[in-house]
Design a protein around this ligand. Sequence first.
Ligand code: AMP
Length: 190
Amino acid sequence: MLNLVLFGPPGAGKGTQSAKLIERCQLVHLSTGDIFRANIKGGTELGVLAKSYIDQGKLVPDEVTIAMLASEVNKHAEPNGFIFDGFPRTSAQAAALDELLASKNTAITLMLALEVEEEELRKRLLLRGKDSGRADDQDPAIIQNRIDVYNAETMPVKDYYSAQNKYKGINGIGEIDDIFEALCQEIDKV
Ligand code: AMP
């Protein structure tokens, strides 16, 4: 199985690149942000809970997020592999993911991290907010909160995968197709 973590701050291009990667590699795409938004739209109990955090630019608690992710992984009997987009976002989530995959006799193959500087992220998110309808992309204070949360809580996940020699940083600034090529080159090396 090819199991990829697509990592990077909000606005780095994880969703865009995931869409291209799943097509090329025939992987199951699991975006925790997308799953939360689908639950919010569907008015589920999980959606109501998640919304209270998402609207403030905070992380949904680990317990809830890990349980949701595990149930999504379990829906797929014999996948080619997964692309985890927006997960793990904390070290506890990374450890839980390792445990879940180990129970299925598999593991994370590679973490591909899209590297984009903060000023560019703020610009991209505000621009995306004009079309996406996402409230968390429209308010500069919420955007800043998401970036701060990323720096404080999510950055340590990089060290988690570096320690396993699985971390690959990719320049996330440039043409979408060039960034995609750089990602594919790293995947082809494994
Ligand atoms: P995203 O679409 O990945 O930018 O996620 C949107 C929001 O959903 C985030 O700002 C968090 O509030 C929440 N979220 C998504 N993934 C996670 C996660 N792995 N852990 C906690 N909260 C998450």
